[in-house]
Write a protein that binds this ligand. Structure first.
Ligand SMILES: C[S@@+](CC[C@H](N)C(=O)[O-])C[C@H]1O[C@@H](n2cnc3c(N)ncnc32)[C@H](O)[C@@H]1O
Length: 195
């Protein structure tokens, strides 16, 4: 990744940290994945053959830019969904600033609605939204993800890891995924969908 984009990511991180320190209202916070997790996604996806990513939970677009930069090398695209209008608009500004607009398909809407009407398959799905909804979204996620694809789930370790137990139980029960927990950032679980 070029130095200019790294500096823009640092600026966004600073913006998000300052913003989040000014409000205790979780819904208003940006709650970005952080630099280590961003670098991890960037390296993981750069080393892969994947070219389509569906991100559920854009926030201010910090993680989206890391993902988009990894896909740039092979002309891939990341579709990302956010329902909070102000965050969505801030994310659009960040995409423009980082020069990643052409690599990102931003959707302003409810993830549940978007999943229900989603057309086509995706190589990777990155889940970073309200964890208690994941169980309801599972059948769409499993349907959209290609065999050989990767489901990434943030917040496996922090906060409230117990929130994810019902969701992970469903994934494990279907017997179609290999999994590993990467203790980076807030904990990212990787579920590899068997071919
Ligand atoms: C943890 S933040 C995403 C942070 C982002 N991935 C990053 O690292 O920069 C989660 C986001 O998901 C959004 N969100 C939660 N539930 C949603 C839903 N049902 N539909 C759309 N967006 C949702 C929230 O508004 C919030 O901005």
């Amino acid at each position: 990744m070029d130095e200019r984009t790294l500096l823009i990511l640092k600026d966004i991180q600073q913006f998000a940290t300052e913003h989040d320190s000014r409000t205790t209202e979780k819904k208003e916070q940006m709650l970005i994945i952080g630099e280590d997790a961003g670098r991890f996604l960037y390296i993981l996806l750069s080393l892969s053959h994947y070219s389509t990513v569906l991100e559920l939970g854009t926030g201010c677009g910090y993680s989206t830019i890391w993902i988009a930069e990894a896909l740039r090398q092979r002309g891939g695209i990341v579709t990302t969904v956010e329902w909070h209008e102000q965050k969505y608009l801030i994310a659009l500004e960040h995409f423009k600033k980082a020069g990643t607009e052409t690599l990102i398909n931003p959707i302003h809407g409810n993830i549940g609605d978007v999943l229900q009407s989603f057309k086509g398959k995706q190589d990777v799905i990155f889940l970073d939204a309200v964890r208690t909804y994941y169980v309801d979204w599972w059948r769409y996620i499993d349907d959209i993800l290609v065999p050989g694809g990767l489901l990434l789930v943030d917040n496996t370790l922090f906060p409230n890891p117990d929130d994810l137990i019902p969701f992970f139980s469903i994934i494990r029960a279907c017997g179609m995924y290999e999994e590993v927990l990467v203790p980076i950032g807030k904990g990212i679980s990787l579920f590899y969908k068997k071919n």
